[in-house]
Design a protein around this ligand. Structure first.
Ligand SMILES: [Zn+2]
Length: 168
């Protein structure tokens, strides 16, 4: 069972009420809300003073909101990816230094066939090899790419707890 507040997988799940929403949460998060039985959790009136753990609650809710956004509403993710013209970048940097493929290969502890494959674009370098090549040739082989997937037509907008808190 996944805690609806912190997203942790927990054997212990209990239902609490928080900001008017019913949540199934783990043991650690249970004390943030009002229990339906009215015991164990402090009862607070509507519009009453904020509980002392409010910062923690809102931090968790924001983390939850981010997770829900990425999963259910849309996906926006920044990833570090290999540049698309890495073959050309490697080849040009190597030639600019007057290195032969086998000379570059020995500098990065690879076979020259590996360099040939990289320069023909038929093989992607491993993360480790990327770092070695970047160091050796003083080049940049990665770039930050932001992936945005639009909301899929099937999923419906979820009212997050972050929304509920802002409305107060
Ligand atoms: Zn939790």
């Amino acid at each position: 069972m996944i805690c609806e507040m912190c997203g942790k997988d927990s054997d212990f799940v209990r239902t609490i009420f928080l900001e008017g929403a019913q949540l199934k949460v783990c043991k650690e998060c249970a004390h943030f809300g009002e229990s339906p039985e009215g015991k164990g959790a402090s009862k607070k009136g509507k519009g009453g003073a904020a509980p002392p753990n409010r910062a923690v609650v809102s931090e968790r809710l924001q983390a939850r909101e981010r997770r829900m956004r990425s999963r259910d509403v849309f996906q926006e993710e920044t990833v570090v990816d290999l540049v698309t013209d890495y073959d050309k970048v490697i080849r040009e940097a190597r030639m600019a230094r007057g290195l032969k493929q086998d000379e570059l290969a020995s500098k990065v502890n690879e076979r020259s066939s590996v360099i040939a494959q990289l320069e023909s674009g038929s093989m992607r370098p491993s993360d480790q090899l990327i770092k070695k090549l970047e160091r050796e040739l003083n080049i940049k082989l990665t770039e930050k790419v932001t992936l945005v997937k639009p909301e899929s037509s099937g999923s419906k907008k979820v009212l997050t707890l972050g929304d509920l808190i802002k409305k107060k």
